[in-house]
Write a new protein. Sequence first.
Length: 291
Amino acid sequence: MDINYELYKVFYHVANTLSFSEASKQLFISQSAVSQSIKVLEKKLNQTLFLRSTKRVQLTPEGEILLKHIEPAMNLIRQGENQLLEANTLNGGQLRIGASDTICRYYLIPYLKEFHRRYPNVHIKVTNQTSIACARLLEAGQVDFAITNYPNSGLAGTQNVRIIHEFQDIFVANEDFSDLKGRTVSLKELKEYPILMLDRKSTTSEFLHSMFQRHQLDLVPEIELSSNDLLIDLARIGLGIAFVPDYCIPTQEPGLFTVLLDEALPARQMVVARNEALPLSQAARQFIGML
């Protein structure tokens, strides 16, 4: 099917903004030209891509399918343009990283500081999502690489994964749970206590639920949140026992103690993952080398 690239470009901008007027501003063409391009594309594909009303524009199911394929292609083209403009130097360009809030705060900060010190002209863009969501960003070409917890069900076969750090997950509690202090407990006993953990969209949640299922136990957490820092804060005030990576807890934490398990949980890894189908910028290579 011989369809002009410009039509897909117009479609991409309208789909991203859900606005014909905003797309016209981004493309520096008239709104009528945008509308006409979409009509031509719909006619060539024999599909309705947008539902239009006086108040809003939204994608049809067919439009959503097309966007799933167009978005990675547009990101790939943009990345290629950026690499050509950089001309293999580190005097400009962009570094796009996908990582969770926890990994950014407790692991990445010193690397970001050092990279910026060395290459101040490179624009750093960090997108904070869960590790599973970061894998999707990587697949869509929206980040150069992702730093995620591992195992990660979101990582596909086309992604190159390298271990950069190993850590242990721990249960922490305050003195309200002093009956657990200094002794080892089983997961069966622990599940009778209020458990605080990350929500189901996280690799940490997947990991802990799988550990309980391996022992034929159903885990029903007291509270599920999207932030390890909040889980630690709630554990400090006695709302329950928080399940968090050990690197989130300061070595000297007077308000909390680690609950010991009679069967140690397996260690997990932090990995840097990149999509082998996508070219890697000089800035991304340099940053991964630092890791």
